[in-house]
Design a protein around this ligand. Structure first.
Ligand code: ZN
Length: 289
């Protein structure tokens, strides 16, 4: 597995030309947003996963930012061939790098992407700031891609029920988050298990088991022993998006990395998977309480 570095460089940038790439955002896998440095012929390799995808590169006007400091919160070195930047929900910056890349080169890469890091942090912040749930009457909650109203009702069991809308016991309002989380986890297990079984039967995959996680930055992953993990947050997304993540992880049972061969397996099952990937990159940040 990945070796974690202790090196925490402070990167100061003075007059650098910035922002020549349009980085891919990964709902990171919600979503962490990821920027992968395009090296050689490579598609970024990462096991299990979320959201690290090859980027479409576009040219943008050059900008200069002065006196900026960006701290690397976590540096993970592993046997990968590319460098990747991951901005987590809370704004922390993780850098993944090949074993032997010098620190100076990592610092330079971060410096070069400073504008993107700042922009991404601002986006994350706005996502977080716009969705603090109060568990109040009339509030909207997502399920399978649609938004449903919450209605507070007299005490009932279970305290949260769904019938084309959410009904929460008034006396459970203060425990809204754990109550909703539990409900989403149960639905996630039912729905995702069913989708995994369906695709496995149809395309001959043999996953060991399905586990539901609370991951924030990974929609799914595939363990070496064949266990598929999915975050409960996925059931907030449309079914086609869930199917894409399911097929993505199933495909890892055949191809561990994100090589062209891997994407061909995904495409052979879901020819339009790119639409779902795009959806996750754009909306994955909303899949939270
Ligand atoms: Zn993957």
């Amino acid at each position: 597995m990945a070796e974690q570095g202790t090196h925490k460089p402070l990167v100061a940038s003075s007059n650098l030309a910035l922002g020549t790439h349009n980085p891919p955002k990964c709902g990171g896998f919600i979503f962490s947003t990821v920027f992968v440095k395009p090296l050689a012929e490579s598609f970024p390799l990462q096991c299990g996963t979320s959201q690290i995808y090859p980027s479409a590169l576009t040219t943008r006007p050059m900008r200069r930012i002065y006196f900026m400091q960006i701290q690397i919160d976590k540096l993970i070195r592993s046997k990968r061939r590319t460098m990747a930047l991951i901005v987590e929900h809370d704004g922390t910056l993780t850098v993944r790098a090949p074993m032997r890349v010098p620190n100076a080169e990592i610092d330079a890469f971060v410096r070069e992407k400073a504008a993107w890091i700042i922009r991404t942090r601002q986006k994350m912040k706005s996502v977080i700031e716009t969705t603090p749930k109060q568990y109040a009457d009339g509030e909207k909650f997502l399920f399978l891609g649609s938004s449903f109203d919450l209605k507070l009702v007299r005490p009932q069991r279970p305290s949260l029920k769904f019938d084309n809308g959410f009904r929460l016991s008034i006396n459970a309002q203060k425990r809204g988050e754990p109550v909703f989380t539990r409900w989403y986890k149960e639905r996630a297990f039912e729905i995702i298990t069913e989708r995994v079984a369906e695709y496995s039967k149809q395309y001959g995959f043999s996953p060991k088991q399905v586990k539901i996680t609370s991951a924030r930055t990974r929609w799914g992953s595939c363990s070496p022993n064949g266990t598929l993990n999915f975050t409960w947050r996925l059931v907030m997304a449309p079914l086609e998006v869930i199917d894409y993540v399911v097929v993505h992880e199933l495909a890892h049972l055949r191809v561990k990395n994100h090589s062209r061969k891997f994407w061909r397996v995904v495409e052979s099952i879901l020819p339009e998977y790119n639409l779902q990937r795009k959806w996750l990159r754009e909306h994955g940040g909303r899949l939270t309480l």
